[in-house]
Design a protein. Structure first.
Ligand code: GAP
Length: 465
């Protein structure tokens, strides 16, 4: 399957089956904004639950947080985002298409360092202009590159009054964790090392949103920030990388589709940075960043707010500014990686079928219940009873009595439902020894077996746990 083709198939399935819709579609859309549909929100929430469980419930020293999106404008000065959070942009003089200069330079083997000045970037850009054509009109005539700040501005309160300054939407969700670090220390009395986990929205004025959910202007980040003693970063950082790698495997993602990549050019806040990359249809690309942020963040916030953010060791009395190790996963990117990894086409019963081999843990629907025939009230009544029974195991048990049974199975395959349960006349006792048994059909193999309702409930329970 050609990879471009695969991406188109996934985008089409996502819309057709209610996973992801283009934002504001009836108005012609809005670049870089997507909505999660009824099945998408289930899958998304399931990924979040697995993440929360691994990063909060399964650890003794991690605390959850949900901080407000708007923050005092000083926060983004302290964090370095108002001055340092920008991408170099240029415009095609012929068709006005905007390009990210660092990305096009990368495609011709040149590296625009994060720390380069505008002049230095332009020097590099000039040296490669002949090799860079506009993707839209093929012209080689671009404007000078300029740094374009990615923060999205907004207003709060009476924004018509003079002197009322703009506020920013969060450029990265983790800042909320640094602002509440002191409150967490005061209210929960954690001992270092301790971590804070949060899933929060982030907004970036991306110059060229692309690749579906991969580069959007509004997205969610699932972050953990581990507060550690200065210079005690090495071992904890390696452990963090291992834990995050294993988390993707726990979602059912194939290990050969993952890799680590160390950053050569460090973003302004990081001393060391590694990405976990997934093999998307266009190649390996970043899903998560794991950063050693040292004491950069708390020192900056101390300087700008005058708050005392030192930690005092309760046993030794030692005082220090904690260092921070961060993991930051793009939720939309993880969602896309899950879809790409799960998408399969195979042959079953002489026909080609599309299926999502989603782990039952995160599948939006855990099982579909179906009466063999919808015009037989006794079958329908029994099937409803079975559905109610299975809903006690998990509420996401679907109902489908439309069309022939093969078509119903195919529809569920396409949305990744691991099990289908069919109620027939034997369930009602036509063959006495089969009374109260049902057909359980497995998504990945198409295999079917005859089980009691209690056995089916147990299969579902153990698959999703
Ligand atoms: N707090 C650290 C931070 O924000 P980052 O590498 O800029 O680091 C972390 O972002 C993760 O957020 C990335 O690995 C990526 O998965 C996701 N992300 C960043 N920009 C994104 C965008 N425009 N659209 C979707 N996800 C994005």
């Amino acid at each position: 399957m050609a990879d471009q083709n695969l991406m188109e198939k996934i985008v089409s399935l996502a819309k057709r089956r209610g996973f992801v819709f283009p934002g504001s579609e009836i108005y012609g859309g809005l670049a870089g904004i997507y909505d999660f549909g009824p099945r998408g929100v289930e899958l998304l929430n399931n990924i979040k639950k697995v993440w929360w469980s691994a990063n909060v419930y399964e650890r003794d020293n991690y605390y959850g947080l949900d901080s407000g999106m708007f923050k005092n404008p000083r926060v983004w000065e302290a964090s370095g985002h108002t001055s340092g959070f920008s991408d170099p942009m240029a415009e095609c003089k012929k068709c006005n298409t905007r390009i990210r200069v660092d990305k096009v330079l990368e495609s011709v083997g040149a590296t625009a360092d994060e720390k380069m000045s505008e002049d230095e970037i332009n020097e590099l850009f000039d040296a490669h202009r002949a090799e860079i054509a506009c993707a839209k009109c093929d012209a080689h005539d671009f404007s000078r590159a300029r740094k374009f700040n990615l923060l999205v501005k907004s207003n709060l309160g009476d924004f018509t009054s003079e002197g009322n300054e703009a506020v920013y939407l969060p450029g990265e969700a983790c800042q909320g964790i640094y602002l509440d670090y002191k409150n967490i220390v005061d209210s929960m009395q954690p001992k270092i090392p301790f971590g804070v986990a949060q899933i929060g929205k982030a907004f970036r004025n991306e110059i060229s949103p692309r690749n579906f959910l991969f580069r959007t202007r509004e997205f969610e980040q699932a972050d953990t920030q581990l507060f550690i003693k200065p210079n005690e970063n090495k071992e904890a950082y390696e452990q963090m990388k291992k834990d995050r790698w294993n988390w993707y495997l726990s979602l059912g993602i194939k290990e050969e589709n993952l890799r680590f990549k160390q950053h050569e050019n460090l973003v302004f806040y990081a001393k060391d940075a590694w990405d976990i990359e997934y093999k998307f249809p266009w190649g390996f690309d970043e899903v998560e960043g794991i950063h050693d942020r040292t004491d950069y963040d708390l020192s900056q916030h101390m300087k700008f707010s005058n708050a005392n953010l030192h930690y005092t060791d309760p046993e030794t009395g030692e005082k220090y500014i904690p260092w921070i190790l961060e993991t930051s996963m793009g939720m939309g990117r993880a969602f896309l990686a899950v879809l790409v990894d799960a998408y399969h086409e195979d042959e079953l019963g002489g026909e080609t079928r599309v299926l999502l081999r989603l782990s039952p843990k995160i599948a939006p629907v855990k099982a579909m219940v179906s009466p063999l025939l919808k015009n037989k009230p006794e079958l329908v009544a029994k099937a409803r009873e079975v559905r109610a029974e299975l809903k006690r195991v998990h509420p996401a048990i679907a109902w489908d009595d439309n069309g022939n049974i093969g078509k119903r199975y195919r529809r569920q395959d396409e949305i990744g439902t691991p099990f289908c349960v069919t109620i027939d006349f034997d369930t009602l006792g036509e063959t006495p020894e089969l009374k109260d048994t049902v057909t359980l059909r497995h998504r990945d193999t198409g295999a079917q077996e005859r089980l009691t309702i209690a056995e089916v409930a147990e299969r579902i329970r153990s698959a999703i746990e």
